[in-house]
Each structure stands twice: as structure tokens, then as C-alpha cells.
Ligand binder design. Structure first.
Ligand SMILES: Nc1nc2c(ncn2[C@@H]2O[C@H](COP(=O)(O)OP(=O)(O)OP(=O)(O)O)[C@@H](O)[C@H]2O)c(=O)[nH]1
Length: 215
């Protein structure tokens, strides 16, 4: 498939403390594999994946399929290095380790960073608990995490990059939120120009992300 052969380029960003499993999660999502090694990310990296997304057609009611190129930005767990990248992302995977209460407590700090640096005050976010397979080491109750997610009004998933549980679902849910926001913030829907053809993906990429904000 040629590089430009897609309808939308969507940039998502994973953030959270060092070691929560951001790189491993993204690797599972893009390559369906588990990496046991811990190599801390330096600065920022990204992975890519193409998916089909069913959205609204030009008439706003009919359904049609779009080719979506997802860029998944993988940040280092040191906030000072990566907040500059928050502005360009359209959606966020806010991650903590289910075996680390500290990483869960730090979700609030990451949320503040997000609110200060993202494209708007209420960006699209999915809260992701990682390492759900390590049941014996669990240190965060599902109830605690769900309560926090409810308070922020965002979806919550408990995932395992080892088994693959809910990894795809977490990303798909975020993609859905981002695409729906674009539909709301672009007159006639993001998926349509007057001639009914999808907006060129490069226009989406180059346009200021802030225009997506419908809040
Ligand atoms: N058992 C288990 N281990 C995991 C899971 N996800 C990640 N790990 C392990 O946790 C360690 C850290 O994972 P990384 O993906 O490197 O963590 P990170 O958040 O990218 O870390 P930084 O790059 O330093 O920010 C690695 O040894 C992974 O194999 C999981 O779902 N289950």
C-alpha cells in the first residue's frame, strides 16, 4: 500500500509513568506481539497502523468505510520531555500500571499536563490500566480506576499486552471518539467535502489540530 493511500491520518499519543508499559502496549497493538524486555523510551518514538473506520458519508446519515492511518506516539515517562508533543495529538491513551499504585496516583498529574498542553481543555482520552495478567501483583482496584475515569468522564480499560486483552478495544474506542469529534467540529462532517469525497489526509495532518475542538 502506498504511503498516501489513506483517507485520514490520526495521531494518538500514549503517556504515563516510565515502565507502565506504553511501548509494549503499542507494540502489541501494531504487531500483535508481546515484548518482555524493558528498554526505556528516550524522548519520543512512534508506531503506525492502518485500519478501516466506518463513519458517516457526505449526507451525514449513510455509512461508508474510510482508510485510517494511525500514528501512535510513544513518549518517555518524563513529562518535561514530552509535553511539547501533546499539542499535535488528537487523542490520548493515559496509562498506568495495575501493579503500581504510584503510577495510578500519578494519573492526576498526567491529566493536569494534558489539560495544560493538549489541543483543548477536554481532549479525547481513554484511561488504560496495563498488566492485567499479573493478577497476584495487582495494586489498583478496578473500582478505584473506574471511579476516577467516571470523574473525568472518560472510558476505562484494563488491558494486558501479554495476552492482548482489551488492547485493540482501548485504541478503537479512542479512535471512535476522535473521529466523532471531527464529525462534530467540521461543518457537514469531517468525512465530506462539497463533492462528497473524503478530506485529503494531508490536509487533516497539516491543519491546526486545535480546530478539532468542539468544546
Ligand atoms: N506481564 C506483563 N508485563 C508487561 C505488560 N506490559 C508491559 N510489560 C512489561 O513492563 C516493562 C515495561 O514496559 P515498557 O513498555 O517498556 O514501559 P514504558 O511505559 O514504555 O516505559 P518508558 O519507555 O520508560 O516510559 C517491560 O518489561 C514489559 O515487558 C503486560 O501487559 N503484562
Amino acid at each position: 500500500m502506498a504511503d498516501w493511500d489513506y483517507d485520514y491520518l490520526i495521531k494518538l499519543l500514549a503517556l504515563g509513568d516510565s515502565g507502565v508499559g506504553k511501548t509494549t502496549f503499542l507494540y502489541r497493538y501494531t504487531d500483535q506481539k508481546f515484548n518482555r524486555k524493558f528498554t526505556t523510551t528516550v524522548g519520543i518514538d512512534f508506531r503506525e497502523k492502518r485500519v478501516m473506520y466506518t463513519g458517516k458519508g457526505a449526507d451525514g446519515t449513510s455509512e461508508r468505510n474510510f482508510k485510517v492511518h494511525i500514528q501512535l506516539w510513544d513518549t518517555a515517562g518524563q513529562e518535561s520531555l514530552t509535553t511539547a508533543f501533546f499539542r499535535d495529538a488528537m487523542g490520548f491513551l493515559l496509562m498506568f500500571d495495575l501493579t503500581s499504585q504510584q503510577s495510578f496516583l500519578n494519573v492526576r498529574n498526567w491529566m493536569s499536563q494534558l489539560q495544560a498542553n493538549a489541543y483543548c481543555d477536554s481532549p479525547d482520552i481513554v484511561l488504560v490500566g496495563t498488566k492485567a495478567d499479573l493478577r497476584d501483583l495487582r495494586d489498583v482496584h478496578g473500582r478505584q480506576a473506574r471511579d476516577l475515569a467516571d470523574r473525568y468522564g472518560i472510558p476505562y480499560f484494563e488491558t494486558s499486552a501479554m495476552t492482548g486483552d482489551d488492547v485493540d478495544q482501548a485504541v478503537t474506542t479512542l479512535l471512535d471518539l476522535v473521529m466523532k469529534r471531527m464529525e462534530q467540529s467540521t461543518p457537514g462532517g469531517p468525512s465530506s467535502e462539497p463533492n462528497g469525497s473524503p478530506i485529503n489526509s494531508h490536509e487533516v495532518e497539516e491543519a491546526p489540530v486545535r480546530r478539532m475542538c468542539a468544546c
